[in-house]
Design a protein around this ligand. Structure first.
Ligand code: MN
Ligand code: MN
Length: 361
């Protein structure tokens, strides 16, 4: 792998927000996707950047081969989901909130306003897309009119007035603040307690107290905090200028990253002498395959903020510092062919984030 690949042609970087939106998807929203078709390394996780206008909706649909984990970047939206048990749930989401929909459950998303709602959808299968996402209008349009009429209790004339193909996005009125069985309202009148309440499908990640380090913070949500999220976990990582999310790997999951702000560098180590350095800016997607060694360095003058997602509900990592600290000094001296006095200076505990000041002392 050449150094030039780090200039924007890397196999571990996809410039998601620089892509044109998906065409012919109707009014009320835009969508850009990074599936394994667009971003070949990302076989285990796919992602979508979607925006809905107030009153715009992503129509009723399901994903046959993937669960959906989402993070709201800005704005407000409402989802409705049906469980196989017959229970349904309607929830409102605002900035910093996460949702999780199990594989195959039917759902929809509506923009509530004010302003656009921007959210990231992450799927635990790199091939979640077109062949495996089923829309309600597409289904009914490809059902004999007589069957659709009998099933829906419509006349055949009524059925003929339904869309002749997939709608995908549709634009309608902004829904009322209070509807149906909505568990929590997040409009401007909502209280801090409501905002931070966990429901079956909603986890307010931004409301979580972060783990703090000298060089940054992390907020992490796994199946332990958010029980329905059995197949995915996620985090918001903030790195101060010069700080490094230390060298580590994940034994149990791939990692899919979305850079929300700032600039960063990652090197992905793939064994056998293969390593690729990748530069990122806001709007880019990064990927670290399961078991690959990697770090993330803030290369800018501002805080670098990114979303991390994993295709396991349980978060696992092995950090270089903690691994070295777990070994006898003499063994490390032999392994690295150095003196014991130098080997004694290896880390004695996990760093997680290494700040600029740490590296100078
Ligand atoms: Mn979906
Ligand atoms: Mn990682």
């Amino acid at each position: 792998m050449s150094e030039q690949e780090g200039q924007g042609l890397s196999s571990f970087r996809y410039e998601l927000e620089k892509q044109p939106p998906k065409p012919n998807v109707g009014p009320g929203g835009t969508t850009r996707q990074a599936s394994a078709h667009e971003f070949p390394v990302s076989t285990g996780i796919a992602g979508v950047s979607m925006r809905l206008e107030p009153g715009g909706m992503r129509e009723l649909h399901w994903h046959a081969n993937a669960a959906e984990w989402a993070y709201v970047v800005e704005g407000y939206c409402r989802t409705t989901i049906l469980h196989p048990t017959g229970d349904s749930a309607t929830d409102d989401f605002g900035p910093g909130d996460v949702w999780y929909f199990p594989k195959g459950y039917g759902h929809s998303i509506q923009g509530l306003g004010p302003g656009e709602c921007h959210f990231l959808l992450i799927f635990d299968n790199g091939y979640f897309s077109e062949d495996h996402t089923f829309s309600v209008t597409d289904w009914i349009a490809h059902t004999p009119t007589s069957v659709a009429a009998q099933n829906l209790g419509f006349s055949e004339e009524d059925v003929a007035s339904l869309p002749s193909g997939e709608v995908y996005f549709a634009k309608g009125p902004v829904p009322a603040p209070e509807v149906g069985n909505r568990e929590v309202g997040l409009q401007s009148s909502s209280t801090r307690e409501q905002r931070s309440l966990v429901t079956t499908h909603r986890y307010p990640l931004e409301a979580q107290e972060p783990r703090e380090f000298a060089g940054g913070t992390i907020r992490l949500v796994t199946v332990e905090e958010f029980p329905i999220s059995t197949t995915m976990a996620g985090a918001i990582l903030e790195l101060e200028p010069g700080a490094i999310r230390e060298m580590h790997w994940h034994p149990n999951a791939d990692e899919w990253q979305y850079y929300l702000s700032g600039t960063a560098r990652m090197t992905v180590f793939m064994a056998q002498g293969h390593a690729e350095m990748v530069e990122f800016e806001a709007g880019d997607v990064g990927y670290a395959p399961q078991g690959s060694g990697h770090y993330i360095e803030n290369t800018g003058n501002d805080v670098c903020r990114l979303l991390l997602t994993f295709n396991s509900g349980h978060y696992q990592e092995i950090s270089l510092s903690e691994w070295l600290a777990s070994n006898p000094t003499q063994l490390l001296a032999t392994n690295f062919e150095i003196s014991e006095s130098l080997a004694e200076r290896f880390p004695r505990e996990q760093h997680f984030i290494v700040s600029w000041s740490d590296t100078r002392c």
